[in-house]
Design a protein around this ligand. Structure first.
Ligand code: UT7
Length: 337
């Protein structure tokens, strides 16, 4: 029997494209207003990848940033998981392209499709391998290129999404620190409420009709909103309970960044003040799987999240899926921005 290790995040990294799309820009593109977007979502601007920029390029930049802070190189990695709904191609996996660019010769590599819950799904999978002693170091990246599947003539979705990548290096940490518990879940009855219709086996690439709504991200906002509020609560309670903690133990909530009203409802229910909740959707919008790792990286590098802090990370999205984790923060990197 192999010795079980406590597993945590040794370092985080991020990459955000330079191009900024503001609410004022969107007012010129569709019938919307800065006032509607800010009051209904909390979003002010988002980042947009270059037209010729694949997801792998953003993932590699975030991964290099995290590896450097962890004091590791690609060759140290045993496993690469890329959580994304906007891979470079249907296959090979974006993880294999990232593996080659990082020179991570010994790493197993695969993509994981759990939409906005993808980073935490990936972290939980990597944790099992490290905990059991099979692997030592894993790279988990949430990366999205949502601008490539967004219809910029549809005001109900185009104001919401942005592009970016967040990375984490997972490895063994001091006993009792790192990931304390996980809760993963799915409700496939909501599969049609958030989707990209074309490009898979139902509408294969050779049958795609230019201009069809199937070529763009579709979301039934109200349905996903109700689901999100519900599972944020249940998943948070579950991970606290599994870790033997209560809401009073939370130092920081790091939620998926879809809508400030969803975050606000969780914050009030948990009795948390605003300084205990990490929010960046005003600057980046909803980056699906990249939202949580980017938020985490910013809070750590700004020195907000510190050694020994108790965190709850919680995400929800397409699938429909949800995922949460309670953590005791322990990393090799110290805040430095
Ligand atoms: O990351 C994956 C998980 N995703 C989420 O968690 C998203 C969850 N859903 C949401 O955040 C919200 O449902 C939205 C932000 C998408 C929409 O907000 P809402 O308050 O649910 O608005 P609604 O869809 O009920 O629309 C209200 C009104 C409608 O007009 P009428 O029918 O009342 O006249 C919409 O046509 O707002 C209109 N509307 C807009 N108006 C100005 C919708 N989008 C816009 C817009 N600008 N961009």
């Amino acid at each position: 029997m192999l010795k079980e290790h406590s597993v945590g995040i040794l370092a985080t990294g991020r990459y955000l494209p330079e191009r900024v799309l503001t609410n004022a820009d969107l007012e010129k593109m569709v019938d919307t207003s800065d006032e509607w977007i800010v009051t209904r979502t909390g979003i002010k601007e988002r980042r947009i990848a270059r037209d010729d920029q694949p997801s792998s390029e953003m993932a590699v930049a975030a991964a290099r940033n995290a590896l450097e802070k962890a004091g590791l190189t690609g060759e140290d990695l045993d496993l690469i998981i890329i959580a994304t709904v906007t891979p470079d191609m249907f296959f090979p996996s974006t993880a294999c392209i990232v593996q080659e660019q990082l020179g991570a010769k010994k790493a197993a590599a695969f993509d994981l499709s759990a939409a906005c819950s993808g980073f935490l799904y990936g972290a939980s999978v990597a944790t099992q391998f490290i905990k059991s002693g099979v692997y030592r170091y894993a790279l988990v990246v949430g990366v999205e290129n949502l601008s490539k599947i967004t219809n910029y003539e549809d005001r109900s979705t185009c104001v919401l999404f942005g592009d970016g990548a967040g990375a984490a290096i997972l490895g063994p940490v001091e006993d009792g620190k790192g990931f304390l518990s996980f809760d993963l879940g799915a409700d496939g009855t909501g599969a049609e409420s958030l989707k990209l219709g074309a490009g898979g086996s139902r509408i294969p690439p050779s049958k795609i009709q230019p201009g069809s709504p199937d070529n763009y991200l579709y979301m039934s906002g109200n349905e996903v909103f109700k689901f999100a509020v519900r599972v944020m609560n249940t998943a948070t309670d579950t991970v606290l309970d599994r870790a033997g903690l209560t809401k009073d133990d939370i130092d920081f909530l790091v939620p998926h960044q879809a809508n400030f009203r969803i975050i606000d409802s969780a914050m009030r229910r948990l009795g948390l003040s605003e300084d205990k909740v990490v929010v960046n959707l005003d600057r980046y919008g909803n980056m699906s799987s990249a939202s949580i790792p980017v938020a985490l990286d910013e809070a750590v590098s700004e020195g907000r999240i510190k050694e020994g802090d108790t965190l709850v990370l919680v995400g929800f999205g397409g699938g429909l899926t949800w995922a949460a984790s309670a953590m005791k923060w322990s990393s090799v990197e110290k805040g430095q921005e």
